[in-house]
Design a protein. Sequence first.
Lengths: 283, 283, 283, 283
Amino acid sequence: MIWNLHGTHARAGDLAQLVGLRHKNFIFPLVEGGEYHTHRGIVRHDDLIGLPWGTQVFSHTGAAYFLLQPSLADLLLSLKRNTQILYPKDIGFILTTMGIGPGMTVLEAGTGSGSMTIALAYAVGAEGKIISYEVRPEMQNLASKNLSRLGLLERATLHLGDIGQGIAETDVDAFFLDVPNPYDYIPQVRGALKPGGFFCGLVPTVNQVAELLHALRRNKFAFIEVCEVLLRYYKPEPLRLRPTDRMVAHTGFLTFARRIEPGEDPRGAALMAEQNVDKTEGE
Amino acid sequence: MIWNLHGTHARAGDLAQLVGLRHKNFIFPLVEGGEYHTHRGIVRHDDLIGLPWGTQVFSHTGAAYFLLQPSLADLLLSLKRNTQILYPKDIGFILTTMGIGPGMTVLEAGTGSGSMTIALAYAVGAEGKIISYEVRPEMQNLASKNLSRLGLLERATLHLGDIGQGIAETDVDAFFLDVPNPYDYIPQVRGALKPGGFFCGLVPTVNQVAELLHALRRNKFAFIEVCEVLLRYYKPEPLRLRPTDRMVAHTGFLTFARRIEPGEDPRGAALMAEQNVDKTEGE
Amino acid sequence: MIWNLHGTHARAGDLAQLVGLRHKNFIFPLVEGGEYHTHRGIVRHDDLIGLPWGTQVFSHTGAAYFLLQPSLADLLLSLKRNTQILYPKDIGFILTTMGIGPGMTVLEAGTGSGSMTIALAYAVGAEGKIISYEVRPEMQNLASKNLSRLGLLERATLHLGDIGQGIAETDVDAFFLDVPNPYDYIPQVRGALKPGGFFCGLVPTVNQVAELLHALRRNKFAFIEVCEVLLRYYKPEPLRLRPTDRMVAHTGFLTFARRIEPGEDPRGAALMAEQNVDKTEGE
Amino acid sequence: MIWNLHGTHARAGDLAQLVGLRHKNFIFPLVEGGEYHTHRGIVRHDDLIGLPWGTQVFSHTGAAYFLLQPSLADLLLSLKRNTQILYPKDIGFILTTMGIGPGMTVLEAGTGSGSMTIALAYAVGAEGKIISYEVRPEMQNLASKNLSRLGLLERATLHLGDIGQGIAETDVDAFFLDVPNPYDYIPQVRGALKPGGFFCGLVPTVNQVAELLHALRRNKFAFIEVCEVLLRYYKPEPLRLRPTDRMVAHTGFLTFARRIEPGEDPRGAALMAEQNVDKTEGE
């Protein structure tokens, strides 16, 4: 079954999360008769099944936990992974900016550990479709397991292969490109994306951004925006409220663009040139 | 019909966006036989219907435009409104952190111009449900029109009333609270939210955050996080790449929490106290 | 006489600042018998001379002002200028990082409107010395006037010329380089700087930073650091405390380095390579 | 003798810094006949004296180091301390905003480990004067040692005592207040500061900022500004240029104000109220 955030009480088959001291947390599916062994004692699944979510429970040694539905962010952070995962701050902004919602078809490359694949598959719902390319068999295998665990594998088509060799799909609604050399694949991206479709590329360095901008312009993309999302946490102490001492300062640069069908008319060329400059100034 | 981002070609009934010089843009539904009057000439709808999205078009005076499907962000920014709207940077992070996806039931107060209502209704899909409270009839009316325009009204139940008087709904999956005095309604929020459910409150000042933190703790919420999302744009010039000169520095503080069912056991009280401190340090 | 921030009462010869409604402010020297014409009436200098600084005064039409010693930041922002000036946030960090203080000798290129020249000349005091190169005669002239107005011209030697043609000075303590192509002058910078001396370059784009890094490494600079200073203001309302809505998001990137005298020994080469990587991670 | 950044070659009596692998660094005074024992071998002072600064040197076991004049930032970070020190990013902005330069008289409370005292004493030069109050004898003792080591003690008058009991000095040019409860001392600050003088307070939490704002307004301070300085480092790799992964997100909030002498005239009261609102918006 598909992981979801519905339901008020823990049932067999649900993914459950136990959170203990020092934010130690465990995520596992509830199975009748099962046991979960924490560092601080055993919790029997049958004691959890039927409880309201959010309930305080105890291991056999008396260690306290809260029983929760794991959030999407918790799940993504708990993935088995060999690579950098995407951060919720970036995922949220990518989904909203590209308007990813129920029923959409989205192409992704590369799959990696499948964290973005999961977020996309969750957002497009049962009527949507994710197609994801990956060149490394072991990564594809890992992503497949991660998707299965959440019941999202049926919404995803995982291709093993290099998008430089061509992409079978056409007219997808949106394309998310997370590879080290995105600038090498923009003609293929254009071919797979529908007219007017949404593009997002994620890269860590400014050098990659600059190359990607060149490639997007050469391949008739416009409405280009480059940005970073920064997340600043506060210590939630009402009498001593202040930002945390340290923060994640950088995960990657997001580059958004739209596939455009310009004609030969020079008036349109001027318009297109203008669309790629300064739109975001002062926003 | 429901606004969507599917489809490769403009059809009658679709919401279309024309983008011209200086990023001037217009959003309107395509109607057979219709005309759109821009500042720089008339565009006939029949000339647009049937074109691939992204196509360059011209007004009768020769002004160039691109024909696009409006993005969610474009639609939110184009809403008729009397109040501050939410920014996509905040919306995306709220949706991802609370795991808002297809099929969920979400309660909101207040409705305002309906920008968050729209984002929520879009994300939960046809199987989901948004309930939104608002005390000002004129705002509710405006939100209703804004939702209708996108075909999303049927997913939303708009209540006219003060949540301080009580909330009819119970066991909703998530609660988004966007009122000036959120700390006054936390008992009602708790009553409406399912066990373990997700809470998010948005306020502009640190004074409000501090009061909200007090109210959440008194009402048995835990896993409290306070944060801000900052978005930094770059001028997309590959040879002169640099951040824009100015940026939006503040929209609001986001406070997230989970409804928790602690028992009387003192071991659990210690756990709960700990959950509200420092979880985010260094993340 | 030299502008200073000593003294408790306004005297003839002092630079004075009048600040009125909407932060309108005027900076001028006090002259016996003088008059200052504001948009909202005349203020007679003789009515100001002898007053304690900070006193509330009125024009002949009754408009209220405060009489202040202009701060360094106020003076820099009030300079007659043809170019971008440096912001106090950057100036302060540059001075502290390079340890600019009384008695130092600092070389600057280019002079521009003289805002950094003024900040440097103020910081090094009467025993210090600033040498500043500029290729545009009209800019040098403007900088000269700006320095004169504050009585700081005698601490500065203004050269008209291109540092690419050579720099007469040697063994200066610190070098501040604010030109569009700093990477073209690093051999000359090295020649002018004393062994172990401090370098700082200011450029607006990441492309320039990358080229500057190459040039510094080729010319035996180490301890390289690249950073940005961001300043976030809050609305100073104690009951509604929050960040301002907008902020300056970018002025420039600062690149700091030290002139190093490496030998031929390969152990030293390894050390030097390491000094240029990652020193700042997590700081 | 006074630590300085003049001189091209290491001399006996100079403070020297050796920087080795992994940025391990040592700061010590050069003494004829002395030896410095690093983890990786011994360096003889006589081998360093007479060398140009920046020279690569080796310990008796062959470990490579660079010999440098320690920067102000290096010295501040190397102080023996029992308390939080100020960061160069904050120090630089405080000095520039208050216009601290040669010849000024500055009052500080509390002294702490003396890091700000050192920065102030360095900036005001031999003609300037720092007066610093501290209630804890052991901290005053530590600050005294730290100032002595740099030859700056003669520019500082260290008082042991509580400024709540009164401040002997009057008419100081600027006042830096770094105590947990600055709002309790604003009448005393006003008494010590000259008319129109500069105030800066540093506190870590927003609650303290709010209380400080109340106290400043009650005590006739105006031109109030609240801000934070954020420093973002980049990895200095020209082919893979990007921000560091993590950063210091918060040290403290800076609150600046000027002592004002308002009269009884209601026009001036309006002006004063206005000076404390919104000046910084959009700057």
